[in-house]
Design a protein around this ligand. Sequence first.
Ligand code: ADP
Length: 547
Amino acid sequence: MKGMMMHQPLLVSEILEFGAGAYPKAEIVSVRTEGDIHRETLVEFRERTIQLAHGLKAHGVELGDRVATLAWNGYRHMELYYAISGIGAVCHTINPRLSAEQMIYIVNHAEDKVLFLDTTFVPLIAAVKDHLPKDMTYVIMTDKAHMPDAPFEALCYEDLLEGQPTEIEWPLFDEETACGLCYTSGTTGNPKGALYSHRSTVLHGMMMSVMQTTTFNEGLSVLPVVPLFHVNAWGLPYSSLLSGMNMVMPGPALDGESLFKLMDQEKVFSAWGVPTIWQGLLGEIEKQGRKPEGFGDVVIGGSAAPRSMIEAFEKMDVSVGHAWGMTEMSPVGTHGIMPKWMENEPFDTRIDYKSKQGRRCFGVELKLVDEDGNRLPHDGKAVGELYVRGNTVVSGYFKNEEASAKALDSEGWFGTGDVATIDPNGFLSIQDRAKDLIKSGGEWISSIDLENIAMAHPAIAQAAAIGVAHPRWDERPILVAVAAEGAEKPDLDEVREHLSEHFAKWQLPDDVVWVDSIPLTATGKFSKLNLRKQLADYKHPELRETA
Ligand code: ADP
């Protein structure tokens, strides 16, 4: 027997209407690329978003069209999120740290029709524009007074809004309609697109708001340092509006000093980002001898949060939520809130627990499997590959049949490529990574791509790329190489020069270690596990200098 309840599609536009209606005084505060601070209430935000939606339609954007953004965290980027999705188009956020090659690939693959960019990114687009779709409309996210002299034809963001009505009848469509697109690095080959739907996005926003009891409180301020260009800033653009929080948008300056100043000024309660960012902030806190006023909650994710970092925050009464997720999961999967029964445990026990990646969010199921796909117990001891299932997990990749076919196992679960344990209290602990990716400062580098291109160098017979621990960037890539017979070994600069055509500068290896042979697995692949063991005593060059 079916229930007799209404069926309203879960649409992103309803989050905007709810937020502006229920929390009209909540604010979005942004450090602008123009240099000043801009404030708008959710009522103003809604009006400008509606004007932008009309502006997009006036420029021919229709249901299903992809509209790209290349921008820092700021109110205009937020307006784009809601306006693009609101009219049924797809907001494709581009990571400016991608190499030119990857950026060209994803813009063409997504078939973006319009590209919105911050003034900062004009040179970046000028350099690749000849390889982007010919009929693309470019819009620079500023006002007339600050329009840069771009070497390509571009519209001005504020012109799109000007004179447009501030009311709209948001279109109703199927909740499965796509609303966002974010590409993630593949272990091999080109980036793959996670295509979020209105339904998955609304559910993810709701799921986070019920989970994170310490963060989400009306009237408090949240600082997403995690970028809007990377997996929807971990869902904050939605859950902040659902819970009535003020959003504080940092713009391009993410160093410790700038963040401290902004957090202090705006009395930010909760700040979200990757460990690298918090290293900078902790340095500034130490320098100032105090934490920013009002700071009480930090969410760390994207890479494992070091125990010492968790301890440092907790000692200054900043509650740490250690979160784990993936682009393919919208992205949040688990979050490290302490269970109530643990409150009276000794400090060290609590820090041990906070060093784990937390418990699952509602609607995200976790399973561990061994190499043959058999389920392993959640006993805190069995180590296996982690699979996930739920309404906020991808079912495949955008326009990529090959990758889609491999994404799910026979039971319909998504393989994360992470190796983990889960304890009887439900706490996930990531142990290792089965996928061949290196994560530096929260951003991926494909080790396989590095290896393949390195091995195209005539003097390199074999090359394996691995990540080594680095205090600032969590991990940095190095190359372990075998020289071709009779060849003179190229030095680091030459290897980097050889790779630089295909990689962004930050993706290049920091060192080359020459060896006689690279350990292989039973199937003849490089054994990264053994290689990592073999190099257990290896120290990144910067650590050697300071030792
Ligand atoms: P995000 O950077 O937003 O987490 P990505 O899709 O770029 O999303 O990266 C996901 C991967 O990052 C995970 O599969 C895992 O390898 C790693 N990761 C994310 N969060 C953590 C964490 N808290 N601890 C350890 N690894 C993490």
